[in-house]
Design a protein around this ligand. Structure first.
Ligand code: PEP
Length: 250
């Protein structure tokens, strides 16, 4: 039985005061969430706030990106060991905004996956097609290639140490969610792709859905057999909405 995970990706939003208030709100309501695992990924500079607020609770926290390098002259980069020092459990890698705005390739994302594991972080590994790619009918080709890059880098056992997040790019921040059937189809495809290497890993690995998941559509997405939780952007910035999605994952 795969334990659902609901992770909030706060992206580059918030202020010190706003983040504190959001953490208080999430903490206050989390008592009702029992089965699902919950995590938040604040902007890096606010991770110490998450650490201070969430230490000793059931809520984990993580980063939004990690460097492939362990340390050195890489201005602006954050090493996995630094996230680990701040108590992070997870780190998001390969988010479509990183792939698009920072030209991160499949190979670089696979390196980041390995770097995260090297720092004992659990990668939340994002994959997904653009609208153009979906309309061209190459969703499986694109997502398959993204998944294969990690397997080629470190084998299916490496992939198994992370969590996959299927995030159709056209659904991120657009309010346009994949239908539960569309999402389930791609999740089943990903699981099948992994099963070609290991049936066991395919069965155990968690595959989250991300893309305009909200309180009013979470339950039907999460009811699908291959959807094991959510990576939440916009709705993670409001404690009541985030908690409602966490409750739907129970
Ligand atoms: C995301 O960026 O990971 C995401 C899922 O965003 P949103 O929920 O806002 O679509």
């Amino acid at each position: 039985m795969r334990q659902p995970l609901v992770a909030g990706n706060w992206k580059m939003n918030g202020s010190l005061e706003g983040v504190k208030a959001l953490l208080v709100g999430i903490k206050a309501g989390i008592g009702t969430v029992a089965r699902a695992e919950v995590a938040v990924c604040p902007p890096t500079v606010f991770i110490p706030e998450a650490q201070a607020a969430l230490q000793g609770t059931s809520i984990a926290w993580g980063g939004q990106d990690v460097s492939v390098h362990a340390s050195g002259a890489y201005t602006g980069e954050i090493a996995g060991s630094m996230l680990k020092d701040l108590g992070c459990k997870y780190v998001i890698i390969g988010h479509s905004e990183r792939r698009t705005y920072h030209a991160e390739s499949d190979a670089l994302v696979a390196e980041k996956f390995a770097a995260a594991l090297h720092a004992s972080l659990i990668p939340i590994f994002c994959v997904g097609e653009t609208l153009e790619q979906r309309e061209q009918g190459i969703t499986e080709q694109v997502v398959g290639r993204q998944v294969d890059a990690v397997i080629e880098r470190g084998g299916v056992d490496m992939l198994n140490k992370g969590v996959v997040a299927y995030e159709p790019v056209w659904a991120i921040g657009t309010g346009r969610t994949a239908t539960p059937e569309q999402a389930q189809d791609v999740h089943a495809f990903i699981r099948g792709r992994i099963a070609a290497h290991s049936a066991e890993v395919a069965q155990s690995i968690r595959i989250l859905y991300g893309g305009s998941m909200k309180p009013d559509n979470a339950a039907e997405l999460l009811a699908k057999p291959d959807i094991d939780g959510g990576l939440i952007g916009g709705a993670a910035l409001k404690a009541t909405d985030f908690l409602a999605i966490c409750a739907a994952a129970n």
